[in-house]
Write a protein that binds this ligand. Structure first.
Ligand code: SF4
Length: 364
């Protein structure tokens, strides 16, 4: 038997071509391709034997040719707030984590990983302590979303018109790794997840978060102008940003601002700046003034997040009152919208900055 083909690694056109070629070879009707696609990308079935609307002979041909399940769940942790963190093992034994966060009206937000570690070494991030990992393939990224949706059974619920999910998920690329450093695979995954005949996740429900890489930001906005972009700022002066995020030694704030302005011209959308509040480090009055000034240069909104504790991270999380006070002071210092993101899953190390795939930090 030849090597199994990983269907989830294929972009929309390659996928359709691959399926129609196989169906012709097996003397199956072309419409079977639509059935297979619906089962995989909309019903989130990752085992051909579960696709009971397909004839048994076709199921066994498919199962002998294509590998769907690219991730094995190793551990699942459920937070008191309903957030579920899953530790996955990949085909080469590498590990990643993804998180499913319950939202209002039965919706869920899935936080997905794009790399098995991260070489960018932000000082507040557990993934950064692992050091560089490998890029996930498009299929491994897509599989986190499909398996997550299947697990939380959004896919089997009633549908409005027979094709669309009644409770469409949100996808945020804020898990392990820097998404824009794995651009080609991210792009294929986004094309598949967003495609109206495939996974059907609306552009406005997809957010890609980046540490702020100018060229890739512009590229992403040209390729996916309807999707949301979140830029991790975390400090509004060069010197402080360099101490928190080594990448700031290579990318100046003025280059980042320039890229964000260009992104805004391409998409017509405001940029979301993410700002992790770290008491005594970036929450002083001078930080507020610098942040208000910087964000005033770009049509933007500011999303505040309280730092979450993580192994090896030398800062303490803010108290709720400190966070609220920072938000109020910032709101009165600037004209843009300031929101405070509630942390989910902190008790299972599933919140922002805490993902580390159950591994001890590597000594650096
Ligand atoms: S915050 Fe993002 S870019 Fe920074 S180390 Fe963590 S995963 Fe990497």
């Amino acid at each position: 038997m030849g090597e199994m083909i990983k269907l989830l690694d294929l972009g929309p056109e390659a996928l359709k071509a691959e399926l129609s070629q196989s169906l012709a070879q097996w003397e199956e009707k072309p419409f079977r391709a639509r059935q297979v696609i619906r089962q995989v990308y909309q019903r989130c079935k990752l085992d051909f034997q579960d696709m009971t609307d397909l004839p048994a002979a076709l199921r066994s041909n498919l199962a002998g040719t294509y590998l769907l399940q690219l991730l094995t769940p190793l551990e699942r942790a459920v937070s008191a707030d309903g957030t579920v963190k899953t530790l996955w093992e990949l085909g080469d034994s590498a590990r990643v984590e993804s998180v499913a966060i319950p939202m209002e009206a039965g919706r869920r937000t899935f936080c997905l990983s794009t790399q098995t570690g991260c070489g960018l070494g932000c000082s507040f991030c557990a993934t950064g302590k692992l050091g560089a990992g490998r890029n996930l393939s498009a299929g491994e990224i897509i599989c986190q979303a499909l398996a997550g949706i299947a697990e939380t059974s959004l896919s089997s619920g009633p549908r409005v018109d027979g094709s669309e999910r009644t409770s469409s998920p949100n996808l945020v690329f804020m898990g392990m790794g820097e998404p824009l450093l794995n651009y080609d695979n991210l792009k294929t995954a986004l094309e598949v997840l967003n495609h109206p005949e495939l996974a059907q996740v609306g552009s406005r429900r997809i957010t890609v978060s980046t540490v702020g890489l100018p060229e890739q930001i512009v590229r992403f906005c040209r390729d996916f102008p309807q999707m949301k972009l979140a830029v991790s700022l975390h400090a509004a002066t060069e010197s402080l940003r360099r101490t928190l995020m080594p990448v700031a030694g290579k990318v100046s704030l003025s280059d980042l601002v320039e890229a964000c302005r260009e992104a805004n011209l391409i998409t017509g959308k405001r940029i979301t700046f993410e700002y992790l509040v770290i008491p005594g480090v970036n929450d002083r009055q001078e930080d507020i003034q610098a942040l208000a000034r910087l964000c005033g240069l770009v049509p933007s909104k500011i999303n505040l997040i309280g730092l979450n504790p993580a192994e090896g991270v030398p800062f303490r999380p803010p108290r709720a009152a400190e966070l609220a006070r920072f938000r109020d002071r910032l709101s009165s210092a600037c004209s843009m919208a300031v929101t405070l993101r509630r942390s989910h899953g902190a008790d299972i190390a599933g919140a922002c900055g805490q993902l580390a795939a159950g591994q001890a930090p590597r000594r650096r």
